[in-house]
Design a protein around this ligand. Structure first.
Ligand SMILES: [Zn+2]
Length: 77
């Protein structure tokens, strides 16, 4: 039986390190790019980027909602 390459498991709230199988949350690899438990380096790929950026994108989407401009303090004289 062949050993298959560990598949990275990514869910919206966490991912599983393919080397030590620890459950990591976004903060664990954010800004470091490696597993805090076994030092496994996560290769930057679309799935990881998507995982890391999803809260930013969600926040950005909220900020892009049309706001009543009269209530925007930045526009006040
Ligand atoms: Zn690990």
């Amino acid at each position: 039986m062949h050993k298959t390459q560990a598949k990275l498991t990514i869910s919206p709230s966490h991912l599983v390190c393919p080397q030590c199988m620890e459950v990591l949350v976004r903060e664990d690899i954010e800004g470091f790019g490696h597993c805090p438990y076994c030092d496994h380096l996560f290769e930057p790929d679309a799935e990881i980027e998507d995982f890391l950026l999803s809260p930013v994108v969600a926040q950005w989407a909220v900020q892009q909602r049309p706001q009543p401009q009269a209530d925007d303090p930045r526009l006040a004289p």
